[in-house]
Design a protein around this ligand. Structure first.
Ligand code: TEU
Ligand code: CA
Length: 559
């Protein structure tokens, strides 16, 4: 049996504050806007709110470029507002975690301003400065947002490392002063009562100090530095130190964002000695079931078998040895119904099917704002309507030698702005997100897809989410049970069993729009069962034969 913990039984709701709710009508979502919607969030049945960054920032990357860890972005409100939010969330018996972005800061952070002043600056070593090689950067690494990962600084004639945007210089974690200052800031927030952290690209902190060139893929200009900055040699030491200095003193939850981590790391980093370190991590393997792992803009045919393999691997791998974080989308990914469902013909059915997956997997589920009403990708025709730095960079670079149409279609499918259009509250102007001009346009479908309409429709995606969340809470096997795939060979259906003591559950998900008939394997005892929840009201099954409609999902309790 797996140990019981509050953060295992919780459902997390992720908020992108800029796009959630604007309380003072300046076009930008804010902390008071969130406070005004807490009743709505509570009513969903979720337990924990994860807030994307709310700190002071020039917003080159919407808050993932922090210029002061102890101040709140003016547009979002002030520290008092955040303290009120924490209090109100706790009054409602929920918890709140913040984003911890400590791989890099903004270039406008006073540490970096001082660091860049001269080679002799007392904070020079807070960042990663290197000499170039024959008028070229120190090595060939490409930035995750495109271009070189190094920026030449005229003043001191050295380059600094930025794995993301040029305005996001990487901190030098080799420096103990940097680490101690970060730990102090973490304690400062924890002492304000927050319940944990989502740790941004936490497995990038330790860089291979030789800074070797990376392999250059065919047709690429820059090398892949990831073998030298992901899961680096001192990462475990840094995180254990963070545990000793900060985390172990609090009853909190931690979730690491860890591209390219792997199960062995997830296990190893879950504990330091006998204490919980990273409770769970976001891996990215299932984010590549429909696209190229190395280049997110290259799409590939969605591969259900690969999805099954990835879930089997992680669910079995971490059983009793760690814990999973389950997500299908977030603020960096396309909308889940547009990506894995069918927004055109079966939006409701497929969104509910995906909700069923999210809430019946082993691990803590993360629900991203707007997915509970089935919000979809957006297709702005004009690049000028996009706000995401990665998207804009991609457009600039790629339209130099490829057609605009081709690049725009990649952006429509994959841009991070798909998930960042404002929350759709009702069908009034700007979906009641703001009464002035929103910082990014709304998805024009808000008259059809919105919270108000969803609340009034008993068959809505929203009401299904509420019911599904309760179903998970009332059936502990869906949380703690073990996991086995069924019907593996079937290319259209994802089916699995969750077992806990003598309780058995069967989950069947039709991932496509075909009508199908399946028969359950002989070793399933299907004589006595309850259908707990489905996205259709008229389910058909007869003994072990089950007839599935497009995107049908079924959760059975067997006895
Ligand atoms: O993301 C890090 C990351 O590796 C990816 O999610 C990446 O941003 C995305 O795939 C690019 O398409 C985190 C944050 O979630 C993201 O919003 C930030 O931009 C990034 O770190 C830098 O802080
Ligand atoms: Ca506002």
């Amino acid at each position: 049996m797996q140990d019981k913990k509050w953060w295992k039984e919780a459902v997390v709701y992720q908020i992108y504050p800029r796009s959630f709710n604007d309380s003072n009508n300046d076009g930008i979502g804010d902390i008071n806007g969130i406070i005004n919607k807490l009743e709505y969030i509570k009513d969903l049945g979720v337990d924990i709110i994860w807030l994307c960054p709310i700190y002071k920032s020039p917003n080159a990357d919407n808050g993932y470029d922090i210029s002061d860890y102890q101040k709140v972005l003016d547009e979002f409100g002030d520290l008092d507002d955040v303290e009120t939010l924490i209090k109100e969330v706790h009054n409602k018996n929920m918890k709140i975690i913040l984003d911890l972005v400590v791989n890099h800061t903004s270039d406008e952070h006073h540490w970096f301003i001082k660091s860049r002043e001269s080679r002799e600056s007392s904070l020079r070593d807070y960042y990663i400065w290197k000499d170039g090689k024959d008028n070229n950067p120190p090595n060939n690494w490409g930035s995750i947002f495109g271009g070189s990962a190094w920026k030449y600084d005229q003043k001191t004639k050295q380059y600094y490392l930025h794995l993301f945007d040029v305005k996001q210089p990487d901190l030098n974690w080799e420096n103990i002063e940097v680490r101690n200052k970060i730990y102090r800031r973490m304690r400062w927030w924890l002492d304000k009562g927050i319940d944990g952290f989502r740790m941004d690209v936490i497995n990038m902190l330790s860089k291979d100090q030789r800074f070797p060139d990376g392999n250059i893929q065919k047709d690429e200009k820059y090398g892949d530095g990831s073998p030298y900055f992901l899961n680096g040699p001192k990462l475990y030491d840094y995180l254990s130190e963070m545990g000793e200095e900060v985390l172990f003193d609090y009853d909190i939850m931690t979730v690491g964002e860890t591209p390219g981590f792997g199960i062995d790391n997830a296990k190893m980093f879950s504990k330091h000695e006998d204490k919980d370190l990273l409770n769970m991590v976001f891996h990215f393997e299932h984010m590549a079931v429909d696209r190229d792992n190395k280049n997110k803009w290259n799409d590939q045919q969605f591969n259900l078998k690969l999805l099954k393999d990835i879930y089997s691997k992680w669910n079995k791998g971490l059983y009793k040895k760690g814990w999973n974080a389950v997500y299908l989308g977030n603020h960096d990914q396309p909308r889940i119904v547009s990506r894995f469902g069918n927004e055109i013909n079966y939006r409701k059915e497929s969104a509910k099917m995906l909700a069923t997956l999210l809430l019946t997997m082993p691990g803590t589920p993360y629900l991203y704002q707007g997915d509970e009403i089935g919000m979809t990708n957006v297709k702005f025709e004009d690049i000028g309507k996009y706000r995401d730095v990665e998207t804009i960079n991609h457009y600039r670079r790629e339209t130099k030698n490829r057609s605009k149409n081709e690049v725009m279609s990649e952006i429509h499918r994959t841009s991070r702005d798909n998930a960042r259009t404002p929350m759709q509250w009702d069908d009034s102007v700007n979906a009641d997100f703001t009464k002035s001009t929103p910082w990014i346009n709304l998805n024009p479908n808000y008259k059809e897809i919105n919270v108000k309409k969803s609340l009034n429709d008993k068959d809505s995606i929203l009401n299904y989410y509420k019911k599904m969340i309760q179903t998970r809470k009332n059936n502990k096997a869906l949380i703690y049970g073990d996991y086995n795939t069924l019907l593996y060979e079937n290319n259209s259906v994802f089916a699995y069993k969750r077992t806990y003591k003598n309780l058995k559950y069967l989950i069947i998900l039709n991932f496509f729009s075909d009508y199908l008939e399946i028969s359950l394997p002989d070793n399933i005892d299907f004589n006595n069962f309850d259908l707990l929840i489905s996205n259709y009201n008229d389910n058909e099954h007869n003994n072990k034969e089950i007839y599935l409609k497009p995107y049908e999902s079924l959760v059975f309790k067997l006895s």
